[in-house]
Write a protein that binds this ligand. Structure first.
Ligand SMILES: *Cc1c(COP(=O)(O)O)cnc(C)c1O
Length: 524
């Protein structure tokens, strides 16, 4: 018998409060998605969380993934009609993914399960959220327009160091009422990453290379966002507002809660665990979004016992979880073999702390002020106890990361990308009796250079042999595929060398150049 999940009867319209208690009246889901960041700098969280019974969770396995996601959105009382949620989820999780399961689980042994979150169009886990959020963003804007509280459209601007830009382009391309421009550092991304971005199809997309490094690129974009005159002009002349749709948007977090709930159902249905069996979840962590989503899934009712936080050499989160002090006052930014986890300020940690303090906005305001002023904050003893109760953490250096890729290939004939390898190695150190679900956040072919180093025992930043270094990213992946007998390279990565390079413009990194380019895009 089907266990239907209904809209939570225990609470009416589920509103969103902010982590600093500074934004005034709570807002519904649609407004939280459009606002992104709350006024006062805080992040939105739902006032109440639904709880699902074990039966309800396990019954999800009988539905296709899109319907599981729709059921969970309804349980969160998302303020859109049921039919709209069904329809948007159908578009988010369909044949844009190369596996019907959307995020299938590969088990390396009886108790080590790899959750493959990279079957979307850009082969990285950000697709799980960015194939979904844009549809809800567009529907939310339309709802607010109908209600008369919004009368403009949006331009998303994203500065990217690699993965996020392409995932955002693929997510927003063709979406009504939104255009998207992505800026990446000229010469600062891999051959694969650049080609992924500049070959994007669609009328509402634009990509620019920016002179300088990622920091220059990001600073220029931040200045454009802060320029009130520019905002006024865009609104007056084009009826357009800028938006970032970045990873602090609740609309990017909720799709991630979905896959942890869904995966548990999947493990039970496949007979890999008994219903009710506690599991640990290990996540390679950067901005703390993915692991926070697992914590929310636990609150909703998934029998997750411990959350294992895996860091690379940028180990600020591991140190925080182990000491209660978040300190970047004397910490250098390190370039690692797992670049999408290279981060110092982990923005979604704010939500986690808000929850673990029993939703104490005042404490959060103080800690965030300390972080801004002194580049350091320390949580109180009770909050630290709760952190320890939920999380364990470990950091994994580059050499261990690459050695792990090699070990897992030899032992299990399975090829990990460097981010997943960090999680795998951390899980080996931290795991106890429970089965472990490891979040796999990228296909190996996105990071062919480091995978090649791993397979050939070349040290982490060591030079590749000249003939290998001369290959394009696609050619290198083909070589690795032959050497390892891993012939499935996702379509979006395999054919990049034959696709038309649509965007070749290189612009300066100052705010005027970026604003001019954005405006030229609008008048295209
Ligand atoms: C973004 C990213 C991460 C980090 O995820 P967070 O949600 O920021 O913690 C890990 N791995 C890959 C491949 C990513 O692209």
């Amino acid at each position: 018998m089907a266990q239907r999940i209904d809209r939570a009867a225990s609470f009416g319209q589920n509103l969103y409060v902010d982590t600093r208690g500074a934004a005034g009246e709570p807002v519904p889901f649609t407004q939280a998605v459009i606002n992104g960041l709350a006024q006062g700098g805080g992040l939105y969280v739902p006032e109440e969380l639904p709880t699902l019974s074990l039966d309800e969770i396990c019954a999800l396995a009988r539905l296709p993934y899109a319907q599981r996601a729709a059921a969970i959105y309804k349980a969160f009382n998302v303020d859109l009609p049921d039919e709209a949620i069904d329809e948007l989820m159908g578009r988010a999780y369909g044949d844009n993914f190369d596996d019907e399961a959307i995020c299938p689980i590969t088990s390396l042994d009886e108790s080590t399960h790899i959750l493959e979150l990279w079957h979307g169009p850009t082969s990285a886990f950000k697709d799980m959220a960015l194939q979904c959020l844009p549809h809800f963003f567009s529907a939310s804007a339309e709802k607010l327009r109908e209600e008369g509280t919004l009368d403009h459209e949006f331009m998303i601007l994203v500065a990217t160091s690699g993965d996020t830009g392409k995932a955002a382009l693929e997510g927003f391309k063709g979406v009504d009422g939104v255009s998207i421009g992505v800026l990446f550092p000229d010469g600062g991304v891999s051959d694969i990453q650049r080609k992924q971005m500049v070959t994007t199809t669609g009328d509402n997309v634009q990509v620019w290379a920016v002179r300088g490094n990622f920091d220059d690129c990001q600073t220029g974009v931040k200045h454009a966002f802060a320029d009130e005159k520019f905002a006024e002009k865009l609104l007056d002349e084009y009826r357009i507002a800028l938006s970032s749709a970045n990873s602090i948007n609740w609309g990017r977090l909720l799709p991630q809660v979905v896959y942890y709930i869904s995966s548990y159902a999947e493990l039970v249905a496949a007979g890999k665990i008994e219903a009710g069996c506690p599991i640990d979840v290990c996540v390679p962590t950067g901005n703390f979004g993915n692991i926070l989503a697992a914590w929310y899934a636990k609150q909703v009712g998934v029998p997750i016992e411990r959350l294992l936080c895996a860091s690379n050499d940028n180990r600020v989160l591991t140190d925080f979880i182990n000491t209660g002090t978040y300190d970047i006052s004397d910490r250098e930014f390190i370039l690692t073999s797992s670049p999408s986890m290279d981060i110092l300020v982990s923005s979604n940690l704010e939500r986690q702390l808000f929850e673990l303090t029993g939703r104490n906005g005042e404490a959060i305001r103080q800690w965030m002020a300390d972080l801004a002023d002194a580049r350091c904050f320390r949580v109180d003893a009770e909050t630290f106890r709760r952190v320890r109760e939920n999380f364990s953490a470990d950091s994994v250096d580059n050499a261990t990361c690459l050695a792990t890729i090699r070990e897992v290939l030899d032992a299990h004939d399975y090829l990990l990308d460097p981010h997943t390898a960090v999680a795998y190695a951390a899980a080996q150190n931290l795991r106890g009796e429970n089965p472990v679900l490891i979040a796999s956040t990228a296909h190996w072919a996105k990071f062919g250079n480091n995978v090649y180093r791993a397979i050939h025992g070349i040290e982490p930043s060591g030079e590749l042999p000249a003939d290998v270094a001369a290959l394009t990213g696609c050619e290198l992946n083909k070589l690795i595929a032959e050497e390892t007998d891993k012939h499935h390279i996702p379509a979006g990565l395999a054919n990049l060398d034959t696709m038309q390079l649509r965007f070749t413009e290189v612009i300066d990194n100052d705010v005027e150049a970026i604003e001019d380019a954005a405006e030229a895009f609008l008048t295209r």
